[in-house]
Structures are given as C-alpha cells and as structure tokens.
Design a protein around this ligand. Structure first.
Ligand code: IPM
Ligand code: MN
Length: 358
C-alpha cells in the first residue's frame, strides 16, 4: 500500500522522537512491502519562527489531503509571549478542529517490567486503561474572553456541548468497551455542570442500545482519586475534553512515564491524527535523552486504526515489548542494572526486533 503521511516534527524533543518513529515506519514499510511518503510540514513554534504563523495554511492543506498526520510536540518558553491566537498550542487545536478528530484514544498500560510510582499492592493485577477523550469541543473551543467589570479584571471561558458532539464520541467508547471488558465509565462533574448532565443523559440513552456494555458514572474528582487508589478496576473511561486532558496525564504517570504514552485521534473517516501525549519538554530537548516510545506507539496506532495494517502494528507493539523485556531503558524509565540508551538508539533497537520477527 502507498500512504501519504503528513509529518509535523514540531518543537523541543518533537524532532528527536519523530526521527525514531520514522525509522520504525521505514522498517515496517520494507518488511511488509508498503510505501510511506512523508510530507514534512511546519506547525507550532517552528512555524512561528519561519513563517510568523503557528499554523500556516500550507500545513493545514497538507494535513487535510494526507492519509494521516503524525505530530511530535509543540510549544516552549521561547513562544510564551505570542498572542493567544498565535501560541504554538493553537496550532495543535487548529489541526484537531480542522480534521474533526473528535475521539482521542489514550491507552495507558503498565508493563510488568516497569515501575509504577504506586505501591505494589495497589497495582495488584495490573493497569490497563483506555481513556476516550472528546477532542474538538468543550471549554477548549468555547469562547475565551477578557473584560473589565465594575473596574475589576474579569475572564470567561465557555464550556458548551451539543448532543451530537457527545453521541459521536460516546459511540467510539461503547464500541471499544465491547472489544475490551464491557465496562464503560463516564467521568463528569454532573453534580455541578450542565454539560455533564447532558453527557449523562445522552450516554444513558445510548446504553439501552448496548446491552453488553455495563455503564457506570463517576465524578471527575473521585476518578482522580480512584486512579491512584484502585487503578486496576478501571477499564474504558469516556470523558469530555479538559477532564480527559488532566486524567490522561495522571494515568500516564501511574503507568511509569508520560514518555511511553501514544495517542490516536479519529473522526468519521479513516484519517487520523497521531501524537504522543507528552509535550515538547524544552528542558531535555537536544540532549538525546527523550523517550520516543510514545511517538513510536502513536505511529503503530496509525497503522492499525487508519491504515488497517494490523500485523504491521502488532510487529511494532511486540518490538516495544521486547525492548523493555530485554532491559533497555531511556532515562525516564531507568531502573537499577538496566541498559540506559539514548533516544537515537531506541528506534534502531526496535527496528532490529521488527526485522528479526517473521
Ligand atoms: C495534550 C496537550 C494539549 C491539550 C495542549 C498542548 C494544548 O496537553 O495533548 O494533552 O491540552 O490538549
Ligand atoms: Mn495534556
């Protein structure tokens, strides 16, 4: 198969982790006889530096005409004084919105070889959580405004959801639950927010059409607590945009490191947007110590979810497992007596396992 992939390296550690993901994709292409054509585009701080704009039209056009897009990370202190409309993060939100990738899947699984900061008795039977985060609406995309009211500085952010926006992402979560344990947890703040009450109503109504899915409900504050008290009891979480942002960072920390976490954002078609969950990490950029596994696993999710390349994706997942099982570690997941490797070595090691397996 020939696939056109838009590649946005972005800022900070973005280019470093992306280079490793591309090595892995090239190895998969060779082994399985595919052709991946990469279209490198600018977005975020790198785009501001070269074009003045965080999301040039040319990038948006390429993203919308490619088969899928991979993104490293955007942002950094250098661009903190940009206007709110031209901050690097706006590029990310602009791409998500333009692509209408309303369902953001963030799997969080603990490798048994890696350390969780939680106690062993809490980790118990393991952690394997799938967060389904609504990605193109809610407070992220409501109107943000600043004003002066009675001489006092005032700011407003609007959180709004329509029934249809909830339904379409909930459908993704219901379908995923069927493929997993059949348990779906809707996380909201229905004791306070009108939007959350609508989420409960819509999801509750949909549950009638999914007799094999057991739906339960939890307030987001309690969920933040349950994630560290009883993480093994949680399977699929469905939640709105901002709650999903916060809970997915928490969940990635309890499974070892945010550097391990990939993500997949999809909408109605097969085209998707694939980014690691971690940010641009300016403090470690250029040091060759970042963990590219989140980016590599995002690339693997692209093969599976957008291109239907199931064996190919499995071969990457298996290679990541072998990397961990054979004792290789980047700095963020380092343990005593393990082999510390640089970011730029990770892709090569993972590729060697992909080639080695038939
Ligand atoms: C994420 C990030 C982004 C978000 C930022 C960079 C805008 O934190 O993908 O989780 O909040 O969605
Ligand atoms: Mn985040």
């Amino acid at each position: 198969m020939v696939k056109n992939i838009c590649v946005i390296e972005g800022d900070g550690i973005g280019p470093e982790v992306m280079a490793e993901a591309i090595k892995v994709l090239n190895t998969v292409a060779e082994k399985y006889n595919h052709k991946f054509v990469y279209h490198y585009c600018l977005a975020g701080g790198a785009a501001i530096d070269k074009t003045g704009k965080c999301l040039p039209q040319e990038t948006l056009d390429k993203v919308l005409s490619a088969d899928s897009t991979l993104l490293g990370a955007v942002g950094g202190p250098k661009w903190d004084n940009e206007s709110p409309e031209n901050r690097p993060e706006k590029a990310l939100l602009g791409i998500r919105k333009a692509m209408q990738v309303y369902a953001n899947l963030r799997p969080q699984k603990l490798f048994k070889e890696l350390d969780s900061p939680l106690k062993a008795n809490i980790v118990g039977s393991g952690i394997d959580i799938m967060i389904v985060r609504e990605l193109v609406s809610g407070v992220y995309f409501g109107q943000h405004s600043e004003s002066v009211e009675n001489t006092e500085k005032t700011a407003t952010d609007i959180m709004k959801y329509t029934e249809n926006e909830i339904k379409r992402v909930a459908k993704v979560a219901f379908e995923l639950s069927l493929k997993r344990s059949g348990n779906l947890l809707l996380v909201d703040k229905a004791n306070v927010l009108a939007t959350s009450k609508l989420w409960r109503k819509v999801v509750g109504d949909m549950a009638k059409s999914y007799p094999n899915v057991n739906v339960s409900y939890m307030y987001v504050d309690n969920c933040a607590m349950q994630l560290i008290k009883n993480p093994s009891k949680i399977d699929v979480i469905l939640t709105e945009n901002m709650f999903g942002d916060i809970l997915s960072d928490e969940a990635s920390a309890i499974v070892g490191s945010i550097g391990m976490a990939g993500s997949c954002s999809i909408g109605d078609g097969s085209r998707g947007f694939y980014e690691a969950i971690h940010g641009s990490a300016p403090d470690i950029a250029g040091k060759d110590i970042a963990n590219p596994i989140g980016m590599i696993s995002s690339a693997s999710m692209m093969l599976k979810n957008s291109f239907g390349m199931f064996d190919e994706a499995k071969s990457i997942e298996r290679a990541i497992e072998l990397f961990i099982q054979n004792g290789y570690r980047t700095q963020d997941i380092m343990q005593p007596d393990k082999k510390l490797v640089k970011c730029s070595e990770v892709g090569d090691i993972i590729c060697s396992y992909i080639i080695g397996r038939s």
